[in-house]
Design a protein around this ligand. Structure first.
Ligand SMILES: Cc1cc2nc3c(=O)[nH]c(=O)nc-3n(C[C@H](O)[C@H](O)[C@H](O)COP(=O)(O)OP(=O)(O)OC[C@H]3O[C@@H](n4cnc5c(N)ncnc54)[C@H](O)[C@@H]3O)c2cc1C
Length: 466
């Protein structure tokens, strides 16, 4: 039998928002909790440290949100982006519980700020963390420390000891050394598998070699593989993920929010043959940005180029890397390594299909569309005619994968044979595929992690009484 220092009521895998919401919830109910975070302390917090906001239903204006956002509207938005590929019961639970997250976090020291305005269009639906995800995570860790939660950094869970359907012990790789802890309950909150490039390649083929990973390099899916190998129910498809079009010059991992490009609705996007391939003005960027990673992933060599003029350049948040600039379309094509004559032809064709050369209205669907193009641009279409011209190279930036483990409304992991697991719960990206079969709604990642993190912590702690 392990020594006391190696025996816990609840062990949690992961060091992001879902793990810490679970840890705080469980410790507040008196459980002795160990958090194992694969990353070293300086990189703790997984993808969560990159976040800015979460999506929250509310019935009336709050200190940080305007107007109201009814549960039904939230659900309709989710149904639209997922095309119905969601577990409706769990989705409604997440949406209902989202109403309480901000208050729950605020009571534990997290501070929120008003949403940024402009083209983000989130001031009604998404409260922002003051200081961003890093401040959120630091506050979570502080609260966990106050509650006596033990955190081991640089500690990866690499093995589960299962007895009669219950997880009784965990094999750890702690700072490179083998270790072992006993537990009465286990919570898996170890994120997706997006940082495992080989696994991505299995799902996507060689195209995955051109993907960038926007967040933590520590989400490699090792625990997900272990759970599936021990009979947990699999949910979601291996190639479904949240993927954004990001600046092609971003680093391979952890480039974070700064590498995202918000210019697409006000630009045209072409592939390496200088040809358009999708309606750039389909919807507001927060509702569409998550499909563009996949769209670029499907183009030759997984590269795209946003092309715009000086008037459009004023309409979106500045980019971290400077754009390519030229006074002529042909000059811009040269800088982007595109065929100048082909880009000229694409721009001319687009310009001729625009109804009028009037200002676009970024805050509403302005209906300024092209006609006769394939594909048409259905909002914010205005000729690209005012030099200088700007261009950005785009790559698929993978945020997180959706393949995960099935859970029930208590956040308990289900087994492939339909029974609930004995004492394993899951929260966050590792189970987000229950709600996100495809598509994405800005801020729902943190909603899922917070709601199911709390549920997992609460229910794992309650189970200790049995
Ligand atoms: C750049 C960026 C911006 C984003 N912005 C937003 C936003 O504003 N709003 C929003 O809702 N969502 C956003 N997301 C998505 C959001 O980050 C996730 O949905 C959410 O943080 C998931 O939380 P999590 O705790 O499940 O995973 P993570 O925060 O990624 O945590 C997973 C943790 O597990 C650890 N780990 C992995 N394997 C093991 C193992 N075997 N043993 C122990 N530990 C392990 C990792 O080190 C990591 O700490 C963003 C993501 C990125 C990359």
């Amino acid at each position: 039998m392990a020594q006391d220092a190696q025996r816990f009521d609840i062990v949690i895998a992961g060091g992001g928002n879902a793990a810490l919401c679970a840890a705080i919830s469980a410790a507040e109910r008196g459980a002795k909790v160990l958090v194992c975070e694969a990353a070293p302390k300086g990189f703790r917090g997984g993808n969560s440290r990159h976040t800015r906001n979460l999506r929250m239903a509310h019935d009336a204006p709050t200190a940080v949100l305007t107007d109201s956002y009814a549960e039904e509207e939230y659900f309709d938005d989710l149904m639209r982006v997922t095309a119905g590929r969601t577990n409706e019961h769990l989705a409604k639970l997440a949406i209902r519980e989202s109403k309480h997250i901000a208050d729950w976090m605020a009571a534990r020291g997290v501070r929120f700020q008003r949403s940024l305005g402009g083209t983000l269009s989130l001031s009604r639906t998404n409260p922002f963390f003051l200081g961003g995800g890093k401040a959120l995570m630091n506050t979570h860790y502080l609260r966990a420390a106050e509650l006596g939660v033990e955190v081991r950094y640089d500690t990866e869970i690499v093995g589960l000891e299962m007895k009669d359907g219950f997880c009784r012990g965990l094999e750890l790789r702690a700072r490179g050394f083998k270790d072992y802890v006993e537990t009465r309950a286990f919570i898996a909150a170890a994120g997706g598998f997006q940082a495992n490039l080989e696994w991505l390649e299995e799902a996507w083929g060689p195209a995955a070699r051109n993907f960038k990973i926007r967040g933590t390099p520590y989400a490699k899916g090792g625990l997900l593989k272990l759970l599936l190998a021990h009979g947990a129910a699999q949910i979601g498809e291996p190639d479904q993920c949240h993927a954004v079009a990001i600046d092609a010059r971003a680093p391979q991992f952890d480039g974070g929010i700064a590498t995202r490009l918000d210019c697409v609705p006000f630009a045209i996007v072409v592939n390496k043959h200088a040809q358009r391939f999708y309606d750039e003005g389909e919807d507001f960027w927060p509702k569409r940005y998550a499909i563009w990673g996949r769209l670029v992933a499907k183009q030759p060599e997984q590269i795209g180029f946003a092309v715009l003029d000086s008037r459009a350049f004023e309409l979106f948040m500045p980019s971290i890397f400077p754009p390519e600039v030229s006074d002529t379309i042909e000059g811009l094509a040269d800088k982007l390594s595109l065929n100048p004559a082909q880009l000229r032809a694409t721009v001319d064709q687009f310009n001729a299909a625009c109804a009028a050369d009037e200002d676009v209205a970024p805050a509403v669907h302005d209906g300024r569309r092209t006609s006769g193009l394939s594909p048409d641009k259905t909002n914010w279409a205005r000729p690209i005619a005012q030099p200088p011209y700007y261009g950005y190279p785009l790559r698929p930036g993978i945020t997180f994968t959706y393949l995960g483990v099935g859970v029930d409304e208590a956040a308990r992991v289900g087994m492939a044979d339909g029974r609930p697991s004995g004492n394993i719960w899951a929260a966050g990206e590792i189970m987000a595929g229950n709600i996100l079969g495809q598509g994405y709604l800005a801020g729902i990642g943190m909603t899922i992690g917070s709601v199911f993190g709390r549920l997992a912590g609460e229910n794992a702690a309650k189970s200790l009484r049995n």
